[in-house]
Write a protein that binds this ligand. Structure first.
Ligand code: GUN
Length: 295
């Protein structure tokens, strides 16, 4: 029987445990973890994501505010806002929702965020620490959540063949490094890759993050595989739109060991790890031991 990995339940359990830690932080250390989310412009998908992040934060005792800025804001003006949050000691986590409008230099903005407040883990210094396998970094939430789901099925990944489809900075590349740290043999496939099927058919773990609905097919994947679907694609079904992953779920689920659904798989884990990162960031800044927050 295939295991349908219940990301909603796993994220909810994780957040429940995290809320107990937050209570201890408040009572014992007088720390109220605080997350500020910056949303530039009115991208409808980003508005939904940001609302979900804020709702979850509030529900587990993290103070949270979304700062909405006009989409004609300049890079310098946006960095000025980031700097205000950088120097505010009551703010522990700063997230600038992506994508930013094209005229903004996203790299400059991302690197303007204080490294210890970078709850996305996108700052060059946090990326560098992740690549070097250092422990003291904030790790991008979607790949971190995906790894957590994989490990809910199989704790020891040593020696496994893992394939990551997609090479984005947000998911594909950090996912590669996280799996490498777990001693997997990792291959990244992308739009120019040849022999996709050959690589996928040898994989014990497949992480799909390409942004193409139903891209990964049943006959690519072996029976014992764990399949993690990071895709969130809006597809038209008659008059309505429906969320679909990058994996042909209905077909692939008949075959594999475990698979995540869309929605209800990776999505809730991204938010859960944003909460984890906010608490870790608060602990880092207030010099409180953060170990044991995720186990
Ligand atoms: N847009 C899509 N995913 C993400 C994410 O993980 N962080 C931010 N800041 N923006 C995103």
């Amino acid at each position: 029987m295939t295991i349908i990995i219940d990301g909603k339940k796993i994220a909810s359990d994780l957040c429940e445990r995290l809320s107990q830690k937050i209570n201890i932080l408040k009572k014992k250390h007088n720390i109220l973890p605080c997350l500020k989310v910056i949303l530039v412009g009115g991208n409808p998908a980003s508005q939904v994501y940001v609302r979900n992040k804020q709702k979850k934060a509030e529900s587990i005792g993290i103070s949270s505010e979304t700062i909405v800025l006009p989409d004609n804001i300049s890079t310098d003006e946006l960095i000025t806002k980031v700097n205000e949050l950088n120097v505010d000691p009551s703010v522990h986590g700063i997230l600038v929702q992506l994508p930013l409008p094209n005229h903004i230099n996203a790299s400059r903005v991302i690197n303007a965020v204080n490294v210890e407040k970078d709850v996305d883990g996108f700052h060059d210094e946090n990326v560098g620490r992740l690549v070097k396998g250092e422990r003291n970094c904030l790790i991008p939430c979607t790949p971190r959540g995906s790894l957590y789901l994989i490990k809910s099925i199989e704790e020891n990944l040593s020696g496994k063949n893992a394939v990551v489809i997609g090479r984005s900075n947000i998911v594909g590349k950090p996912m590669f490094h996280l799996l490498l740290q777990e001693n997997c043999t990792v291959t990244i496939l992308h739009s120019q890759s040849r022999d996709l099927v050959e690589y996928c058919s040898k994989a014990d773990i497949v992480v799909a993050a390409v942004g193409k609905p139903n891209f990964v097919q049943k006959d690519w994947i072996k029976k014992s595989a764990i399949v993690i679907d990071v895709g969130i694609n809006s597809v038209n079904v008659g008059e309505r739109t429906k969320l679909t992953g990058d994996v042909d779920f209905e077909e692939v689920k008949e075959k594999v060991k475990a698979i995540t659904p869309v929605p209800g798989g990776v999505g809730p884990m991204t938010i859960a790890f944003l909460m984890v990162n906010t608490v870790i960031a608060a602990c880092l800044q207030k010099k409180v031991d953060a170990s044991g927050f995720v186990s």
